[in-house]
Design a protein. Structure first.
Length: 454
């Protein structure tokens, strides 16, 4: 979730900039999340009012803290049920969806080759977990009425404390596990710096038993399954407070719903992305997936509960189009690379046989491997056009909220920093991996995100 450098290999030095970034993020990320959520709860989503209030002496930090709801038994019960339910869906129910959904790749799938040559197997059943969870949600909202559909919004801050407890617990457990009983000792990365190791993780693919994979579980569930439920809870709250759901709230639910569904539909593809292929499991992923993602990726819906924006039809259609075009670019770019790599270039991209640059690299054990970098389709437009599509979609979510406050724009600002940094660190890694072959690729496709600009 956060932009920091990560490399394979067993031992390496931490430079001072990386260490400073780690300390900064460890200290300030939990405060940032608290500040955003508290601003909505106490200051109607204004990010400046709390500071002005404190600086003018109208309020003390202790007043703000005292008004913040604390951890409650109700929230703890909700959270324990939620996580337990997701763990059960993950480990007890092998995927059934791939048996009847044409084109969907689920069930047991292989991940990428790790730096030491291991290939892990994963049970891909996220789509099934998402469908079951949402079917139960709707069944409850319209039929059973076991709990209110606004339950998430109504317990949002107490649930924040629960999410933090899980985030810290799982990161600490992962750290201890990597010293005492690592799943694959050869894929561990020790820097000798405690903070860095805690934040960026030591173990590459920590597991409990054969199937409970920390990275796949925490990256996808509970955070991403929760994302759409959180938005539904916000919509329900709007309905309760104002007697209607605004078109902006519907847009946020639809556009982010497409993104989430896309993630689960392509969960097998996700095994080949940077998160799974290159990042080790530490606080960055553990805490980030439990707290940062569900709380900050859903800010637009939260904002719209406090500021119900009704967009003009023209604006709503414009935002919808921006979101859909962004999604199309994001999906097609990722699809083109996936197809190209799966077929080893024996496929058609935009109706033609793809062009590519042949490249080679050597793994840590000295084995030479060959690979290909495509220069056709969207991969010939820019070196990371998938990120550009992602950013267009992110901007669309934020625009649904109008221009009264900066808070809902946090997402596009954050995603721009995250993806630009991710792009640079990926290119750094590819450049070390492929050497002069990468230079040939960068000459053939000179821009990273926007042709002619960057
Ligand atoms: P990519 O899917 O872009 O993968 C980059 C890797 O692809 C490179 O390391 C290289 O790996 C390979 N590659 C690079 N160029 C080429 C080429 N021309 N032809 C073939 N292979 C190439 O990156 P991510 O894993 O970061 O992103 C996946 C998606 O997830 C993106 O769409 C991104 O927008 C999204 N994302 C969303 C986030 C969110 O929080 N919402 C966070 C991060 C990502 P190799 O070593 O195999 O050659």
């Amino acid at each position: 979730m956060f932009p920091l450098a990560s490399r394979g290999g067993k031992h390496w030095e931490v430079d001072w900039f990386s260490l400073a970034s780690v300390l900064f993020l460890l200290t300030f990320s939990p405060l940032i999340v608290y500040y955003f959520i508290m601003s909505c709860d106490q200051y109607h989503c204004s990010l400046t009012d709390p500071i002005v209030d404190v600086l003018m002496g109208n309020s003390h930090l202790s007043d703000i803290w005292n008004k913040t709801p604390s951890l409650s038994w109700k929230a703890a019960n909700i959270y324990i049920c939620w996580v337990t339910f997701q763990v059960m869906l993950y480990i007890l129910f092998p995927d059934f969806c791939h048996k009847f959904l044409p084109g969907y790749v689920g069930g047991v799938q292989e991940g990428a080759v790790t730096p030491t040559g291991t290939v892990n197997k994963y049970e891909i059943n996220g789509l099934q977990a998402w469908i079951i969870t949402h079917a139960l949600w709707f069944a409850n909202a319209y039929y059973f009425h076991w709990f209110s559909p606004t339950i998430i919004f109504d317990n949002w801050i107490p649930l924040l404390w629960c999410a933090n407890i899980l985030g810290y617990a799982v990161s600490t457990f992962a750290m201890i596990k990597s010293y005492l009983f690592p799943s694959n000792p050869n894929d561990c990365k020790f820097t000798g710096n405690l903070f860095y190791d805690y934040m960026m993780g030591i173990e590459f693919n920590p597991r409990i038993g054969k199937w409970f994979d920390f990275k796949l579980f925490f990256n996808g569930r509970p955070g991403i399954v929760a994302w759409t439920l959180i938005n539904l809870s916000y919509a329900a709250k709007q309905q309760e407070l104002y007697g209607q759901v605004t078109n902006s709230m519907i847009l946020v639910n639809v556009l982010q719903g497409i993104y989430v569904l896309d993630f689960f539909w392509n969960e097998a593809w996700y095994l080949k992305t940077i998160d799974i292929c290159h990042d080790h499991f530490g606080w960055y992923l553990g805490w980030g997936d439990c707290v940062w993602l569900p709380y900050l990726y859903t800010l637009q819906g939260l904002y719209l509960v406090y500021h119900p924006v009704q967009l003009s039809t023209a604006n709503a259609v414009g935002i919808l189009l921006l979101g859909l075009v962004g999604y199309y670019i994001f999906r097609m770019t990722n699809h083109q690379k996936d197809l190209f790599r799966r077929t080893d270039g024996n496929c058609k991209i935009w109706g033609k046989k793809p062009q590519y640059i042949e490249c080679s690299y050597t793994s840590v054990d000295g084995t030479k491997y060959y690979s290909k970098l495509m220069i056709s389709g969207f991969w010939g437009v820019a070196r990371h056009f998938n990120y550009t599509g992602d950013l267009m979609g992110s901007l669309a979510y934020c625009l649904t909220c109008g221009f009264e406050h900066i808070l809902p724009y946090f997402y596009i600002i954050y995603m721009t920093i995250l993806l630009t940094h991710r792009c640079i660190r990926d290119e750094h890694r590819c450049s070390s991996k492929y050497g002069k072959d990468w230079k040939r690729y960068a000459t053939a496709v000179p821009y990273r995100l926007i042709p002619g600009v960057f």
